[in-house]
Design a protein around this ligand. Structure first.
Ligand SMILES: Cc1cc2nc3c(=O)[nH]c(=O)nc-3n(C[C@H](O)[C@H](O)[C@H](O)COP(=O)(O)OP(=O)(O)OC[C@H]3O[C@@H](n4cnc5c(N)ncnc54)[C@H](O)[C@@H]3O)c2cc1C
Length: 306
């Protein structure tokens, strides 16, 4: 078993930032990433709200630079999926298909992913009008008509947020009532720009180069309707990648890892950062902030043990 001071699981912005901080603190640090480093932001052509880039920056570009920056300080990055974690107290053992790694401190940065609808046009038009994040992409649809798909808190929050930019927001929901909390419902129903498309599912996202609208089907009447839109925001679910740590560290009812302000999870030596953590805003900049704090806390934890 190869030994490290810190092992980070996940090479998105949270994991990479933790890697920069931990290796710059001269801790022997390994980052394990099952795909290529970058996480969700790799699919974003333009990251507009990350400070320091007045014209925005492409997701893959900023990740490429973060990898170089981390490696300059000595971060070791391996392409491997962690499939099992064992905790014997002083050392944690992480198993991958072709080897295992040990460290006193583990940073959990496995991120999360949006649920997709699985309809024609969705994958083809992702980043060209299909979005999973109104906070990220809402301003790109100023004075345009948009559609939000979903009926929970996230969908209604997204719809309300979009009313600051868009001329009209149609909310397509498969039932005839919302699951969102009452206060959000009241706000949505009072908002003139929001129109509800009840009892309906999206069957296709339309458009050649960019989104031009969605085709909906009424689940009661089977009637079809074309809703014109320049943007489609999908809010049908977001799942943290935390099956790996189920029962090991405390999670909430949705599976998000519960931490304190120092990113410490419920079990000593485990820290969590980014979208897999229970928190209010899941964004690039907050993932980086979490990563920095988690690495700092891991450093403190190691120093206090010695
Ligand atoms: C299309 C899109 C556009 C976005 N646009 C913006 C934007 O404009 N502005 C903004 O601030 N935010 C944006 N976001 C949100 C932002 O990308 C996320 O908040 C951020 O990536 C979270 O970082 P993370 O490191 O916590 O997780 P992730 O980015 O999800 O990375 C987690 C990584 O962990 C890896 N992993 C998971 N499990 C394992 C395992 N068992 N072993 C090894 N590796 C594992 C995954 O492969 C993944 O690479 C966008 C997201 C999407 C999807």
């Amino acid at each position: 078993m190869a030994d490290y001071d810190v092992v980070i699981i996940g090479g998105g912005p949270a994991g990479l930032t933790a890697g920069i901080y931990a290796s710059r603190a001269r801790l022997k640090t390994l980052l394990l990433e099952k795909m290529m480093p970058g996480g969700q932001i790799l699919t974003s052509p333009l990251l507009e709200n990350y400070p320091g880039f007045p014209e925005g920056v492409a997701g893959p570009k900023v990740i490429d630079d973060m990898v170089k920056q981390a490696q300059r300080f000595g971060l070791e990055i391996k392409n491997a999926e962690v499939v099992k974690i064992e905790d014997d107290g002083p050392r944690k053992r992480l198993s991958c298909a072709d080897g295992s790694f040990g460290a006193p401190a583990v940073i959990l940065a496995m991120g999360a992913s949006y649920s997709s609808l699985g309809v024609p046009g969705e994958k083809e038009l992702e980043g060209r009008g299909v979005s999973y994040c109104a906070t990220c992409d809402g301003p790109l649809f100023r004075n345009k008509e948009t559609v939000v798909v979903g009926g929970g808190d996230t969908a209604i929050e997204e719809a309300l947020h979009l009313t600051h930019f868009c001329s009209k927001v149609s909310v397509v929901h498969r039932r005839n009532e919302l699951r969102a909390t009452k206060i959000l419902q009241e706000r949505a129903f009072a908002e003139k720009k929001i129109e509800m498309v009840w009892d309906s599912v999206v069957t296709e996202i339309l458009g050649k180069e960019r989104v031009e609208g969605v085709m909906t089907k009424n689940v009661k009447t089977s009637g079809q309707k074309l809703v014109p839109a320049s943007g489609v925001f999908l809010a049908v679910g977001f799942t943290p990648h935390t099956v790996l740590v189920k029962g090991l560290v405390e999670t909430d009812d949705k599976g998000y890892i519960i931490t304190d302000d120092n990113m410490s999870a419920s079990r000593p030596g485990f820290f969590a950062a980014g979208d897999c953590r229970k928190k209010s805003l899941r964004q690039f900049v907050t993932a980086c902030g979490d990563g920095a704090t988690a690495a700092f806390s891991a450093q403190r934890y190691i120093e206090n043990r010695n």
